[in-house]
Design a protein around this ligand. Structure first.
Ligand code: GLN
Length: 476
């Protein structure tokens, strides 16, 4: 079987009984065993299947990012502090996939507590990019991205706080959806920054992505932030055509911001021209407060992370340090030994911004600018249907190249974080390749609840281009 088969094609094969679900599962499990020692994308293979045998994803294998609970399995969020944490219940994402018939065959590596954009910050070692193992695959959903790109699985579920699905999508030539905040339940997903966190699928095609999203989206009584969305088949409108009179806005920074790699700009220009030739009207728009996106994300995500991560102190969850004489020493030793450098950096900054005397100046101020940014996005979407921008301003970097330069890494999230702050959706798709052969993606951003439109436009783009049909060498 072609390991890069789409879910759509695999579904047909299963329905026609050309292959059985057990054979498909064994095929991909064997591939993980063969290729994962080099890639380090998968942390554990699940041997048994708890899914129903019917449903829209019946027999389709997938991986869960290591921060999504599956009852009875370890969920470590890429951290040593949760190395022994066995989930007592399943995330809603997990049960919905199981109800749709998907075969969950393992859990995938990630940056610790989803803090990172490269896949280098997992306590279980960095994940490699299948396109070139010297390079990062993007993060923090590094394992989900690398695994789908290498054909170890047809789909994986990642999570985004500020771009963590779209970053690996871009660097691994995949499709990654960051849905409207509240589309997918966060119940059973290890929290990072609760006002930003949202899960999303990684797949090789837009169609497949819409199919998986259809199984996940919807109200959940266990997560009060979920929206009342009627269950829908998001593949239904995918006819390969752009909607009539489609208006797409280019975010001016995409053309003018310093630090955009010329090869990224080139891919972006080509995508814009392609969409024009397909009939879209393109205009350049301004979002004046976009430049504050990184600062807002920095403050809000660190503050909420510090609050969420206070619970890992050795009393309730995970690994407890035994070398302590007093209770306070136990807390300190547990956190000192359990958290990695990047996580500690963020907890420190987060607690500082929330501390007495600083909260007004940082967290509360950030919430005010957040409201302004939201209003600016709304105003823009009164005039254009969608926005388009690069996903990441720079090319994937070599593993360890930026490890001592956290600022450069954080800045690479420039185009990824703003819509997470406003709670609006974005879809990253393949757009071409750099001279060194590594993939480059771009993204569409839409107003709240515009997933259907995002999928329709991106699908039409894929029907007219072939970037998404290219696979990394050596994984046939
Ligand atoms: N790269 C971003 C960060 O480091 C995004 C993380 C995420 O979306 N989980 O925080």
């Amino acid at each position: 079987m072609n390991p890069f088969i789409t879910i759509k094609e695999l579904k047909l094969k299963l329905e026609r009984k050309e292959i059985s679900a057990a054979e498909v599962r064994a095929f991909y499990t064997d591939r993980i065993k063969k290729f994962n020692p080099d890639l380090n994308a998968v942390l554990e293979i699940f041997e048994s299947n708890e899914s129903t045998e019917t449903g829209p994803l019946a027999g389709i294998p997938g991986l869960l990012k290591d921060n999504i609970c599956q009852k009875g399995h370890i969920t470590s969020a890429g951290s040593k502090i949760l190395a022994n944490y066995q989930a007592p219940y399943s995330a809603t994402v997990t049960t919905r996939l199981q109800e749709a018939g998907a075969e969950l065959i393992g859990r995938a590596n990630m940056d610790e507590f989803a803090m990172g954009g490269s896949g280098e910050f997992s306590a279980y070692g960095p994940t490699k990019n299948p396109w070139d193992a010297q390079y990062i695959p993007g993060g923090s959903s590094s394992g989900p991205g690398a695994a789908v790109a290498a054909g170890l699985v047809p789909f994986a579920i990642g999570s985004e706080t500020g771009g963590s699905v779209r970053s690996p999508a871009t660097f691994c030539n995949l499709v990654g959806m960051r849905p409207t905040y509240g589309s997918i339940s966060r119940f059973g997903i290890v929290p990072f920054a609760s006002s930003l966190d949202q899960a999303g699928p990684l797949t090789r095609t837009v169609y497949d992505n819409a199919l998986v999203f259809s199984a996940l989206a919807g109200k959940d009584a266990n997560d009060s932030s979920t929206l009342q969305r009627e269950p829908k088949d998001y593949t239904a409108g995918l006819d390969g055509k752009l909607p009539k009179n489609l208006k797409i806005g280019i975010i001016r920074e995409a053309l003018e911001a310093e630090g955009i790699d010329p090869e990224v700009r080139n891919v972006f220009d080509n995508a814009v021209n392609q969409l024009k030739s397909m009939g879209a009207t393109i205009s350049v728009i301004d979002i004046p407060n976009l430049k504050y996106g990184i600062a807002l994300y920095f403050i809000i995500s660190r503050a909420e992370a510090a609050s969420n991560l206070y619970r890992y102190d050795g009393t309730l969850y995970g690994v407890r340090s035994k070398e302590a004489k007093t209770l306070v020493d136990m807390y300190l030793n547990t956190r000192e030994a359990g958290f990695g450098t990047e996580v500690k950096r963020r907890i420190l900054v987060g607690n500082y911004t929330l501390s007495a005397g600083h909260r007004d100046a940082y967290y509360d101020k950030a919430q005010q600018i957040r409201a302004m940014l939201r209003a600016e996005f709304e105003a823009v979407f009164a005039n254009v249907d969608l926005l388009i921008s690069p996903t990441c301003p720079i090319l994937p970097w070599k593993i360890n190249a930026l490890i001592d330069d956290p600022l450069a890494m954080w800045l690479s999230d420039y185009f990824l974080v703003s819509n997470c702050i406003t709670g609006t959706p974005a879809l990253a798709i393949p757009g071409g390749f750099a001279q060194n052969g590594l993939p480059i993606g771009f993204q569409f951003l839409g107003p709240s609840l515009s997933e259907e439109l995002l999928y329709k436009v991106a699908h039409a783009f894929q029907e007219n281009t072939d970037y998404h049909t290219k696979y990394p060498k050596g994984y046939e």
